[in-house]
Structure formats: structure tokens, C-alpha cells
Design a protein around this ligand. Structure first.
Ligand code: ATP
Length: 784
């Protein structure tokens, strides 16, 4: 027996509760719909799905007392039950496609089904063989060819052209290639090709209910997992081809008669080289009749990461996902509650470890090890045994499910820019090593390779990483200085070479100290580290992408995989702890054959670490040239820094005083003690509080005075030695002509506007330099 104790009114007043037929639903089944966020709460298009706010109408919440305790039930009216999020989108006013929209000019983002509704027979055709000759040999699914074309990816990168044929043959792959060389698509394209081909093959619909997971991609950081998911989603675009119809690009275009690139939510990944596709004259207005609800996508990609709503992620999973990109911690949390997901992982078709070497660092990701165990076949002699208490293997129908996994079913891809030679040597060993005794979580790459259980007896190893880990289009430099002077050198660099700059620090405290300093100096800086809320992390990343000359102060959480377009410079404010971190940090610039610049600020006590780091990359200190610095200007900047530090300290004092006073007030309130009206403090403590108030006032006055002084200093132009601002056509260095030609640095009068690195004296010419030209041509000069 159960009785209902409380009812809440439906939150849409217009609907009669009497008439509505109520159906019991779980929270995940409710017809959630997206609520537009206020502008200031936007995080960029990349994370829409996970960060959108959602609301639900016409639902009664019933609290029911049962024998097992109180139970919450959601009762939806029949009218709302069938209404999905997508149906709501369809009800939005339809839009017309602008006449001259083209892929190069950001096509209008139409609701998919609206775009689909606008079909005309005169849609243009797209000849993939002719327009993408360099991809032709891979016979990619037409939808993928189409996307590559619209994104301007006319040539495969070297890692893509080597990995693709092997992956298509079903081989397991270990791929090592430089940062920013397109590894995501090197593993992503074969997966999507396989799934698209399978899904669009003629025949009856293969699955009833939730679609089983087919591919799992594990990434070490949340931002990277979200980025990979966005990248792969962008490849699928938003065109829906009904299952059973083998698609062609011509078909795709016929179906989306806007003739534009389908709405691509990922702006970050698209290249400026996008080609124009012929456009038909079309309007999306359809002649009457209700538009059908959007069918499920042919292949779906989703991300599940920590720091975001686990409930929403569970809901996304329950709708069925083909490709899941995940960070191991959150994935394991969900797997433990979701038996179906666990069983799906046991029967995966593709497994990817992105940034594999980072994933198995000692002490990290025990959860990943647990997930990997699920992907292993039934242990054979000579293979590591599974711990009985691990994962779902010990639970529901484990034995049967193991029989279902056929040898060769799972294809494994391991990618990174830094995998050691040792790893490759182990892989090429003819036999698997003997059974391990303790079965401890993987702590080395060798262990990981055992754990991974490659189905391929000899996984293909593609190692095209550059010597010393240095990308050919990267220019490195260093400044040797006292730790105390690093702020001034950084400030000098930011003013001397304006551009989007990613500054790496080894500690979060360092970021907290530097951030207000740069702020006081009027520079747009944003923090990124693990102690920020995930929303804030993504918001800051987005601001960094969208603000000109922005600065991102980050820990190594941003060192791996992040593909922020047009990062001009990387600064190592502190030397990285390991050589791979140096390579990956540098890899945030000079991506996809663009030019990039890195600066290493090296204090005397860091020299040993730097020497060791370069040594392990097979390089020497002299390989990295010194960045030239105008010491006269640097001194002037030091004065500004000094003032900014003073202000920060004074502000800190003010905050501390205020905090103490507030605490006193709250404590007094809690104890119900009367506060003195003048001092806002308990009368017993008059003297102490008068002192506190005086201190506060003094700190505030000091802050104001220092701020005024800094403002004045910042208003004065920074003039290089020998330059007269009064007589610009005379003086020891007349600058009038350069000024007129706009060739002068706007922040430092008298210095020419130059790109970072253009005034370096090369210490040693790297052999890799010779390769640059060749590769530019091979990639069609992308980035030039
Ligand atoms: N064939 C291609 N032509 C041009 N650009 C490409 C091509 N393939 C990928 N890219 C672009 O190159 C950039 C880098 O790709 P990606 O992030 O996959 O590099 P990565 O090798 O994984 O880098 P990292 O080692 O830093 O993770 C992305 O912006 C991607 O869109």
C-alpha cells in the first residue's frame, strides 16, 4: 500500500490537470528542453550539449510513501510525454537561408530537421574523387570526405596517411607523431568510417532499444575529451541520412538543400581554408504539414567527463551512444552503476588511448586500469588474469558475454606525441611476457601494453615523431634570469610581441599570484587549473580563444592535446618537471604546420633540470637561443611591476582586514551580542576594533595611492633609448618614417613591430629545419 503525501503544481499554468492523462516516467525519460542561457553565461558552442540548462513542463512531482521509504515519481501528461527536445526545436520559427551563404562564411545554423525539410531536386553534386584526390585512396565514407572538403583538409597529414590504410585493414596501431599533426583524425576517421558504413548499409534496423557502445576513446583531461568529441561530431555534421539508404555526398547535398555546410557547431576546429560549395537557391520554408521529429543520428558521439552533471551524462548514455569520449574517473563511476555500459565495453569494436603515456603515469587513473580490464578477452595461459572483484566481469552474465567476444573484434589505437622507444621495442617482441604475479595497476607503458590486450599479434607501430620532440615550425628561445625578475621578463615579452600567449606555471599558487599582477598592468589574462570549477575552466578557455592578444595562465592541465587555434606563443614561466611536458606544452603552438614560438624562463636553480630535460630529448642547452631583450626598457617595466606588486599586497591586506571584521560581525550575531553602532563591534573589544578599522582605512588609502601612481606610469609611453618623442624626425634614431609606415611596436616606442623569433640569433641550425619547406608543400602550405 502506498499513499501520496504531497503534490506540486505543474509549472505551466495553461494546462488543465484534470484533462491531462498522466504517465509515470523516470527523470531521464522526461521531455527536457533547452533553456537559452543569458549571454554572460555562454561558454562557446563547443560544449553546448553538456552545459545547456534544461527545463521540463507539464510534469507533476509526486512523493509517495512506500514500504521501502519515500519515493519520488514524475508524472507527465500525455501531451508532453511524446514531446522530445528535438520536437521542441522544430516548433521554433523557421528561417530562410541567406542567398549567398557558403561554407567559408559560416553557414547559418539551422535546426537540422528544418534544413532537412528544405529539399529540392536541383541540389548540386560533389565529386569527392576530383575534389579530394589525396584522400581518394582511403575510400572514406562520403560523409567524411564531404566534411574534410568543407573544412579545407585537402591533404591528409603524414600520420593520417600512414595510419588510415592500416586501420582500415583492421590492424591495431601505436601512433607517435608530433603535436598538432592531426592524430585525432588519424584514429577518428577509421572509426567513423566503419560505423557510418555499417549504419548506412541497407537492411532492417539492427538494434532495438538502446544502441550499444561501439567505440571508447579515453583521454587524460576533461578539456581534451570534450575537444575530441567536438572534433568527431564536426566530422559527422548534422545531415541525417535515413538508415538503409547507402549515402553519397550527392545524396547528402540533395537531402540538405541549403547546399551549405551543415550546421557545424565546432568553430574551433574548422580551418579558414574551407572551400566554397555550389549553393542552390533554396528557402527552408516548407509548404505546410507538420515536420517529423528528428530521427536519431546515424552515428552519435558524446563525451562524459568529471565536473559536469553526471545525471545528464547518464541520460545522454541512455539514449544510446556509438562513440564515447571519456575521462577515466567519471567513466568508471558511471560504469559501476550502469551494467549495460559495462557489458558494452566488454564488446567494444574500437578502443583508443589518446595521450597514452600520460594516462599511465604512476599514481594516475587506477580507474582506467579497471576500464581496460573490461576490454580484455577471457584470460588465456600466459596472459594476465583478471582480479575477481574487478568491474562487471564478476557480476551479471560475465561468462556468456566473454564467449561473445570474438578474437579480432576489438581494434585498439594508442596515440601520443611522446611514447618512448622502449615501448616500441616491447611491442615488437614476438611473444607476450609471462604471467604477472601481482596484477598491480599499470604503472609503466610496458604494463599498459599488457593490459591493453591487443588482438593484433603485431600491432603496427608508426613513429614519425621529430628528433628531440621539436616541431619544425616551432622556434624556441630562452631567457636566463633571476626567479624574482621573471615577472618583468614575461611582461616585457607580452608587450614586445603581442599575440595569443599560453603561459605555463608549475603551481596553482603561482597562477594566483601572477593573475592580479597582469590584471593591474591592464593585460587580459585568464587562469586554467584543476581547482577551478569545470564551467569556469571552459569559460576561461573560451575567453582565451575569443580575446585578441589574450593570455592563459595554466598548469600542465592544459599541456596535452588542447587545440586552441592560433596560439602564437607558449611561455614556460617555470621549467617543466619532465621532458614530455616540455614537448606537449610547446605543442600548444606551432600546430598544423603553423608557425609558433616558445620562451623558456630559466632561473639559476632551474638550470640543472633544464639541462637534464634537454638531455633526455637528446639535445643540449646551446640548442635554444637567447631571446634578445632591451634592458633599458626592461628596467622601466620593473618599476611598473614593483608598483603592481605593492598594490596587490595592499589589496590583500584590505581583504584580510575586511574578512576579519566580517567574521567578528558574524560571530557577534551568532552569539546575539549587541554591536557598537560606531565600530560595528562588540563594546568589550572597542580598542581592538578601532585599531582594526584604522588598519583597514590605512590599507585602503595606500592601495588608492599606489593605483593612482601606477595609472600615471602606465599612461607614459615606453620609449627606447636614443628615441626622442618630441623630435621624431631627428634624435640619434629618427622614427618618423617607421611610425608612418605603421612598423613600430605600439607599446614600445622606438622598437620595430616584429614577430617573436624573427630577431633571434639561431644558436644551431636544427636538421629538422630543412624538412619545413617540404612539409609545407605536402600540406598545401597550410598555416602560411
Ligand atoms: N588533414 C588535415 N589538414 C589540415 N588540418 C588538419 C588535418 N587534420 C587535422 N587537422 C587540424 O590540425 C589541428 C591539430 O589536430 P589534432 O588536435 O588532432 O592534433 P594532435 O596530433 O592530436 O595534437 P596533440 O599531440 O597536441 O594532441 C586541428 O585543428 C585539426 O583540425
Amino acid at each position: 500500500m502506498s499513499n501520496i503525501t504531497r503534490k506540486r503544481k505543474p509549472n505551466q499554468p495553461g494546462i488543465s490537470r484534470k484533462k491531462a492523462k498522466l504517465t509515470h516516467l523516470t527523470a531521464g525519460d522526461l521531455p527536457w528542453k533547452t533553456v537559452p542561457r543569458p549571454r554572460e553565461a555562454e561558454f562557446g558552442a563547443d560544449y553546448e550539449d553538456l552545459l545547456d540548462l534544461e527545463e521540463v513542463d507539464d510534469v507533476e512531482v509526486l512523493y509517495e510513501e512506500t514500504d521501502a521509504g519515500r519515493v519520488v515519481r514524475f508524472m507527465a501528461s500525455a501531451a508532453s510525454k511524446g514531446k522530445s527536445k528535438d520536437t521542441d526545436v522544430l516548433e521554433e520559427p523557421r528561417q530562410d537561408v541567406p542567398e549567398d551563404s557558403s561554407p567559408a562564411e559560416e553557414p547559418p545554423a539551422l535546426p537540422t530537421s528544418t534544413a532537412k525539410a528544405a529539399r529540392t531536386p536541383e541540389a548540386p553534386s560533389f565529386d569527392a574523387a576530383k575534389l579530394l584526390p589525396h584522400w581518394h585512396e582511403f575510400s572514406l565514407h562520403p560523409r567524411l570526405s564531404y566534411t574534410l572538403y568543407t573544412q579545407g583538409f585537402t591533404n591528409p597529414t603524414p600520420i593520417q596517411s600512414q595510419a588510415l590504410p592500416l586501420a582500415m585493414q583492421g590492424r591495431d596501431i601505436v601512433g607517435v607523431a608530433e603535436t598538432g599533426s592531426g592524430k585525432t583524425l588519424a584514429y577518428g576517421l577509421p572509426i567513423l568510417h566503419h560505423l557510418l558504413t555499417e549504419a548506412s548499409a541497407p537492411g532492417p534496423s539492427k538494434t532495438q532499444g538502446r544502441r550499444p557502445l561501439r567505440a571508447l576513446i579515453l583521454a587524460p583531461t576533461r578539456e581534451l575529451a570534450l575537444q575530441v568529441s567536438t572534433h568527431l561530431n564536426a566530422c559527422l555534421n548534422d545531415i541525417d541520412i535515413p538508415a538503409g539508404e547507402p549515402p553519397s555526398v550527392e545524396e547528402d547535398l540533395k537531402q540538405d538543400n541549403s547546399g551549405t555546410v551543415p550546421a557545424n557547431k565546432s568553430k574551433g576546429k574548422s580551418r579558414a581554408m574551407a572551400k566554397k560549395i555550389p549553393k542552390p537557391n533554396a528557402s527552408v520554408n516548407t509548404p505546410g504539414g507538420p515536420v517529423k521529429p528528428k530521427p536519431p543520428p546515424l552515428v552519435s558521439v558524446a563525451a562524459i567527463v568529471g565536473g559536469m552533471s553526471a545525471q545528464k551524462q547518464r541520460r545522454i548514455l541512455s539514449r544510446g551512444v556509438d562513440v564515447l569520449v571519456a575521462t577515466p574517473g567519471r567513466l568508471w563511476d558511471i560504469v559501476q552503476e550502469d551494467d549495460q555500459l559495462g557489458r558494452d565495453i566488454e564488446r567494444l569494436r574500437f578502443l583508443v588511448l589518446d595521450e597514452a603515456d600520460r594516462m599511465i603515469e604512476t599514481g594516475h587513473f587506477a580507474e582506467m586500469d579497471n576500464v581496460l580490464r573490461l576490454t580484455m578477452r577471457f584470460p588465456k595461459e600466459g596472459e594476465p588474469e583478471l582480479e575477481p572483484d574487478v568491474g562487471l566481469r564478476g557480476s551479471a552474465e560475465p561468462e556468456d558475454s566473454k564467449k561473445d567476444v570474438k578474437k579480432g573484434d576489438l581494434q585498439t589505437f594508442v596515440f601520443s606525441a611522446t611514447l618512448s622507444k622502449d615501448l616500441q621495442r616491447n611491442l615488437k617482441r614476438p611473444k607476450r611476457p609471462k604471467k604477472q604475479k601481482n596484477n598491480k595497476p599499470a604503472s609503466t607503458l610496458d604494463d599498459l601494453l599488457l593490459r591493453l590486450d591487443f588482438r593484433d599479434p603485431t600491432p603496427a607501430v608508426i613513429d614519425i615523431s621529430p628528433a628531440g620532440g621539436v616541431v619544425a615550425t616551432l622556434q624556441e628561445s630562452k631567457v636566463e634570469c633571476l626567479a624574482l625578475d621573471k615577472d618583468a621578463y614575461l611582461y616585457y615579452f607580452l608587450l614586445r610581441y603581442p599575440g595569443r600567449t599560453l603561459v605555463f606555471l608549475s603551481s596553482i599558487d603561482g597562477i594566483r599570484r601572477l593573475l592580479p599582477l597582469l590584471d593591474l598592468l591592464g593585460l587580459p589574462a585568464f587562469p586554467l587549473h584543476s581547482q577551478l570549477e569545470q564551467r569556469q575552466r571552459l569559460k576561461n578557455l573560451d575567453r582565451f580563444k575569443s580575446t585578441p592578444n589574450a593570455i592563459l595562465l595554466a598548469t600542465d592541465v592544459a599541456a596535452r592535446g588542447l587545440d586552441v587555434p592560433a596560439v602564437d606563443h607558449v611561455v614556460h614561466y617555470q621549467a617543466p618537471r619532465a621532458a614530455d611536458a616540455y614537448v606537449h606544452r610547446n605543442g600548444r603552438t606551432a600546430r598544423a604546420m603553423r608557425r609558433g614560438f616558445s620562451l623558456l624562463l630559466c632561473a639559476p636553480d632551474e638550470r640543472r633540470v633544464v639541462r637534464a630535460m634537454l638531455g633526455s630529448l637528446g639535445r643540449q642547452e646551446e640548442d635554444i637561443p637567447e631571446m634578445p631583450v632591451d634592458l633599458y626598457l626592461l628596467d622601466k617595466l620593473k618599476a611598473r611591476i614593483q608598483l603592481a606588486r605593492g598594490i596587490d599586497t595592499a589589496q590583500h591586506k584590505v581583504r584580510k582586514e575586511k574578512h576579519e571584521r566580517n567574521w567578528l560581525k558574524e560571530a557577534a550575531e551568532a552569539m546575539e551580542i549587541e554591536l557598537d553602532s560606531d565600530l560595528d563591534s562588540p563594546t568589550d573589544d572597542d580598542a581592538r576594533n578601532a585599531l582594526s578599522k584604522r588598519k583597514l582605512k590605512a590599507a585602503e588609502a595606500k592601495t588608492a595611492a599606489l593605483k593612482a601612481e601606477l595609472k600615471q606610469l602606465l599612461a607614459q609611453p615606453l620609449v627606447a633609448r636614443g628615441i626622442s618623442t618630441r623630435y621624431i624626425t631627428s634624435g640619434s634614431r629618427p622614427v618618423a618614417d617607421e611610425m608612418l609606415a605603421g612598423e613600430l611596436n605600439e607599446q614600445m616606442v622606438g622598437l620595430r613591430k616584429v614577430e617573436a623569433g624573427s630577431d633571434l640569433v639561431p644558436a644551431k641550425k636544427r636538421k629538422a629545419k630543412a624538412k619545413t619547406k617540404e612539409e609545407f608543400e605536402e600540406w598545401n602550405g597550410l598555416g602560411e
